[in-house]
Design a protein around this ligand. Structure first.
Ligand SMILES: [Zn+2]
Ligand SMILES: [Zn+2]
Length: 109
């Protein structure tokens, strides 16, 4: 099976970001939740894997100011709150898809 990659990334509303995947699946993310899901060394304890980011410290107004591709496997966002170190692999982004189908699939895993 070939790797599923984003075909399109677009702002889909004031707080929404849409990714259209190569398998035609569409993910619409609540942007602040994407920011809160950051797994960089500044947001996750590297030893324990526990989040060190307080979700309530992330404003619901946060936006990506730039979306930068990282190789062929990930995306790095520059966030409007100044955070730029988070790398979101395609796999992770797909895993964060909040649509009912994906939620259902994850619940059964
Ligand atoms: Zn981070
Ligand atoms: Zn989905």
């Amino acid at each position: 099976m070939s790797m599923i990659v984003p075909r399109e990334i677009q702002q889909a509303g004031p707080t929404q970001l849409k990714i259209v995947w190569s398998d035609a699946h569409e993910s619409v993310y609540f942007v602040p939740d994407l920011r809160r899901a950051c797994r960089c060394a500044g947001c996750i304890d590297e030893w324990t894997g526990k989040p060190t980011l307080d979700p309530s410290s992330v404003s619901n107004d946060v936006k990506p100011t730039r979306v930068n591709p990282v190789g062929r496997y990930a995306i790095q966002f520059d966030w409007s709150d100044g955070h730029t170190t988070g790398i979101y692999t395609y796999e992770m982004l797909r895993d964060l898809c909040p649509c009912p189908d994906c939620k259902f699939a994850r619940a059964r895993r």
